[in-house]
Design a protein around this ligand. Structure first.
Ligand code: AMP
Length: 280
């Protein structure tokens, strides 16, 4: 596996490995890698000639500076994991390499950026779009792999690709979960034993949402789930919402032919976790 830290090193490789003739798959990450990340890498390896993974904690997408400071960083373990999984190139740039000058671009993603994490984390998706567009520009991938755990992010990236008329295929990959159902996340390592136990309620709430939605109205299901969250002293909900899976606009009833997804952002202690589940 080749480790690159600069755009120039990627350019040199591009020339030496005759990238032009090969199908490049790209997996952007913020590191502290787990099996969820590796599943994206494996998906890329299945259909691409060269798989490049980036590890970069993007300051521009953190609206909460405490969250940025706390974010786990494990570069040595990441390199080992990527090497074992058969990654061809890992790109680990510095902040200066990605942002030689302040990125002042403002994207307009319309309604999908005004709800859920877009509403609760102002500027977050603008920062995501800044870093992903910059990384696409450096890596020039044919395909880029993203996890459905960050469902709203997948829709935002697809919209960005459309708006910037980029020639990259966005491949959305399923959520990998721990044995008790908790969606794998770098942030899970920050949970203490009690918080981890409380967090295991999150996937159960998502399943409950799916089951109850067949017999109860969506607003009633939502209230019941919010009450269950409030009953646990370690948990606090930013939101739990039923949405049209294409537009992400909140809905109160399931209409025939429309895909519905339940999305949640819930704190366990200080750690904010997100999850989602298609309910029909
Ligand atoms: P992150 O390092 O958290 O920015 O995540 C990098 C990529 O891995 C994103 O596309 C995430 O959606 C994806 N990802 C994170 N956790 C999981 C998971 N549990 N299952 C599948 N993909 C994931």
């Amino acid at each position: 596996m080749i480790i690159c830290k600069t755009t120039q090193e990627i350019r040199d490789l591009e020339a030496n490995l005759t990238f032009g003739k090969k199908l490049i798959g790209f997996v952007p990450t913020m590191g502290a890698l787990h099996k969820g990340h590796i599943s994206l890498l494996k998906e890329s390896k299945k259909s691409c000639d060269i798989t490049i993974c980036s590890v970069f904690v993007n300051p521009n997408q953190f609206n909460d500076k405490g969250d940025l400071a706390r974010y786990p960083r494990t570069p040595e373990a990441d390199i080992k994991m990527l090497e074992e999984a058969g990654c061809d190139i890992v790109f680990m740039p510095s902040i200066e390499e990605i942002y030689p000058k302040t990125d002042t671009r403002v994207f307009d993603f319309g309604a999908i950026d005004k709800v859920l994490d877009g509403a609760y984390r102002p500027g977050h998706f603008n920062g995501v779009a800044q870093v992903v567009s910059r990384l696409f520009d450096i890596i020039k991938p044919h395909k880029a792999f993203f996890g459905l755990k960050d469902y709203q992010q997948v829709l935002i990236i697809k919209k960005m690709v459309e708006q910037l008329q980029l020639k990259v295929e966005i491949v959305a990959c399923p959520i990998l979960r721990e044995a008790d159902g908790l969606a794998m996340s770098s942030r899970n390592t920050l949970l203490d034993a009690e918080e981890r136990k409380a967090a295991s309620l999150i996937p159960k709430l998502m399943q409950e949402a799916k089951t109850l939605s067949t017999t109860m109205s969506l607003p009633d299901v939502k209230n019941k789930l919010l009450a269950e969250i409030s009953a646990n002293p370690l948990l606090k909900a930013d939101y739990i919402e039923f949405c049209n899976a294409d537009t992400l606009q909140p809905i109160t009833e399931i209409k025939p032919g429309k895909k519905v997804i339940c999305l949640a952002a819930i704190y366990s202690g200080k750690i904010r976790l997100i999850d989602n589940l298609f309910i029909n």
